[in-house]
Design a protein around this ligand. Structure first.
Ligand SMILES: [Zn+2]
Length: 337
């Protein structure tokens, strides 16, 4: 039997133009970016990234989100004193606050109330990432899952109270999450929201879109071995149009396949559906080297992968994805001409 390697068919040539993009989900505040965040911010901008969202996952790192946002703002101020519109040179960073289901054992009710307090004091762009995750056996334990559901519901309550969109993290719990969302007063048709790094099947993809959520597309879409994901996204678009999608890097996770260095490529087939660091416990991020670290500047590869999957020109996709992101995040950022 001839061993076929689908990667050989991959087109590694970059897009012919730079398109304005919104990175709807990053962990750009992670320490793995401390050494070169400023130059990575600039590179992201040069690749078209105009806005990026710093997404929360543990209460003890919420202040780091604000510090990172301020550091990026400082680049605007220090580099562009003479420019009337400083925002022309670097992306604008926004914040989502949330307690991630993967870290459920670490969350306390005090974290919930201090998060509610922070939202009062400094309104974030969104609540996230929140949801349900039964990736490990430990997380399937009834009491652990019950705590996830309780924190998910409590944070949906906060989103409703403050009229904020949510960023959902749902892994191996799509049916349960859909049931919980349907029973809750959170209305994504009104408040927006993103099913971040969507990983469910065709029916689940359509069900989340029907509830009003956009599906977050990561670098996994560039992996031709991620067949279930590619089918699900195609099915959602066939039913609901490209209006149901947004882009994200989820950096430092979810590296687009063409950005992975040679020594990683043998791992591609194993990591087709789950990146090795996917939603990693964050101490892995401390150890991640530049070699396998995804960055916001890689977002055009996600656009390219999606463009190829859907056979829609990037010049058509990009403005629509921008509008979709604004709708999902309840903003009206003008599309740069
Ligand atoms: Zn994330």
């Amino acid at each position: 039997m001839i061993h076929t390697n689908s990667h050989l068919a991959l087109d590694h040539t970059p897009l012919p133009a730079i398109y304005p993009l919104i990175d709807t989900h990053t962990h750009f505040d992670a320490p793995v970016f401390d050494g070169d965040r400023q130059s990575q911010t600039q590179q992201a901008y040069m690749q078209g990234v105009q806005h990026l969202v710093l997404v929360g996952y543990l209460q003890r790192y919420f202040s780091r989100l604000y510090e990172t946002q301020q550091a990026i703002e400082q680049i605007h101020l220090s580099k562009d004193k003479d420019k009337t519109d400083r925002r022309d040179v670097y992306p604008v960073a926004h914040i989502a606050l949330g307690l991630h289901p993967f870290y459920i054992e670490q969350h306390t009710d005090t974290h919930l109330s201090s998060m509610a307090q922070m939202i009062q004091e400094q309104r974030p762009l969104a609540i996230g990432e929140i949801g349900l995750d039964t990736y490990t056996d430990a997380m399937k334990q009834p009491e652990v899952f019950a705590k996830q559901a309780r924190f998910f519901t409590a944070q949906l309550d906060i989103a409703v109270l403050h009229k904020l969109p949510v960023m959902l993290h749902i892994r191996k719990a799509h049916a349960e999450a859909l049931a919980l969302l349907k029973a809750h007063s959170y209305d994504a048709h009104k408040l927006g929201g993103i099913a971040h790094s969507f990983s469910g099947g065709e029916q689940e993809a359509k069900a989340f879109v029907k509830l009003g959520f956009k599906l977050g597309i990561t670098g996994q879409i560039t992996n031709h071995n991620a067949k279930k994901l590619r089918r699900a996204i195609k099915a959602a678009v066939d039913s609901h149009g490209i209006e149901c999608l947004v882009l994200e890097t989820d950096c430092p996770d979810m590296m687009p396949i063409m950005c992975q260095k040679a020594k990683d490529t043998q791992l591609d087939s194993q990591s087709a559906n789950q990146s090795t660091t996917g939603q990693s416990p964050d101490n892995e991020w401390y150890g991640a080297d530049g070699h396998n670290r995804n960055v916001p500047a890689n977002l055009p590869w996600v656009l390219k992968g999606l463009s190829e999957l859907l056979s829609v020109e990037p010049a058509v996709l990009a403005p629509q994805l921008w509008q979709n992101s604004c709708n999902a995040l309840q903003t009206s950022w003008p599309y740069p001409k």
